[in-house]
Design a protein around this ligand. Structure first.
Ligand code: PCA
Length: 320
């Protein structure tokens, strides 16, 4: 009798643990960033809705998997789900490059339209790589941080500029600077040791890495609005029951809506923090904007030439 009870208890424990799933979600950026905060909310909503049957642990700031390794980790099923800066996939397929093209979309409204135009192609390419797109979170517009004031591109001549994607490497080239790939955690040291003298990123990443400690000038060129995407391994998703899948898709919808709702506010408050911490914040000169726009046009042409059909379709669908 005793034996049977033990077997029953053990059996039921086993079946409970077989139902509850524990997933790991690596993300690239730290807890102060909007996308990471949204990731925590996304995981919590899923845990609530599934009554704990799917419990996703968010591992922020590259603590579980390094940023550059996250796409492969999700693709191979090493982790079930993860967050990636879309631009770093630029070398995988040109459709991912829609995210880092200067002056293609500079308002949140246009960035949203561009995303709608690019999404089907992005989903198709992710699907081919064993991944399903869940949601995206936009960053504030990307602006220029420098040690010196920049009124025109020649002021940057000879400097080394941070790149965070294939497109931003190309941009640095076209700006007459030398691109150097650097991840967010290494930004302060890269400036203080003279590895770079300039970068283009959001006010949020400027605040996150305390840009005022090593650069004085922020020129608000607002050149593009990139995004992070959250992707799930297709097999891991398929293995879940319908209700759990629905809980994930609903939470993803809420997360994406919340991102678009919060990002404008975050852009303004983070820019204010740059000012409060003593940075010299200014609008770009007309000359600088003209030069950068010309580079943007070059980059659109180059991008289109990489895959006239797929990229052309995105550009046709995009109506700013
Ligand atoms: N911050 C991230 C990506 C875009 C942004 O605003 C970075 O600088 O790497």
């Amino acid at each position: 009798m005793k034996k049977i009870t033990t077997a029953l208890v053990f059996g039921s424990l086993l079946s409970t643990s077989a139902i509850a799933d524990k997933w790991h979600m690596p993300t690239p950026y730290g807890d102060g960033n909007l996308p990471t905060q949204i990731a925590y909310g996304f995981a919590e909503e899923i845990k609530d809705k599934t009554e704990g049957e799917l419990d996703i642990t968010v591992h922020s700031a590259g603590s579980l998997v390094k940023h550059t390794e996250i796409p492969r980790a999700v693709k191979t099923g090493q982790v079930q789900i993860g967050e990636v800066f879309l631009g770093i996939l630029g070398n995988e397929h040109p459709v991912f490059k829609h995210d880092n093209i200067p002056f293609l979309a500079t308002s949140f409204e246009d960035a949203k339209s561009l995303w709608e135009a690019a999404k089907p192609a992005v989903e198709k390419q992710l699907d081919k790589r064993g991944m399903k797109l869940l949601y995206a979170v936009a960053w504030p517009a990307q602006s220029l941080y420098t040690e010196m004031p920049v009124a025109q591109l020649s002021d940057l001549e000879g400097s080394k500029m941070r790149a965070y994607s294939p497109s931003t490497s190309r941009l640095a080239d076209l700006m007459g600077t030398t691109p150097t790939t650097i991840q967010v955690p290494d930004i302060p040291q890269a400036f203080s040791t003279g590895i770079i003298q300039a970068m283009i990123t959001s006010p949020s990443t400027g605040v996150d890495s305390q840009a005022w400690d090593y650069v004085n000038y922020y020129t608000d060129v607002k050149a593009w609005i990139p995004k992070n995407i959250i992707v799930v391994n297709k097999r891991a998703f398929r293995r879940l029951d319908k209700d759990t899948q629905t809980a994930i898709l609903d939470a993803a919808k809420h997360a994406e809506a919340l991102g678009w709702e919060k990002v404008a506010e975050r852009a303004a408050s983070d820019k204010q923090k740059l000012i409060d911490n003593g940075m010299n914040v200014s609008d770009p000169s007309d000359a600088l904007i003209k030069e950068l726009q010309a580079i943007g046009n070059t980059m659109v042409s180059e991008w289109k030439a990489e895959d006239p059909q797929e990229v052309g379709a995105i550009l046709d669908r995009y109506q700013p």
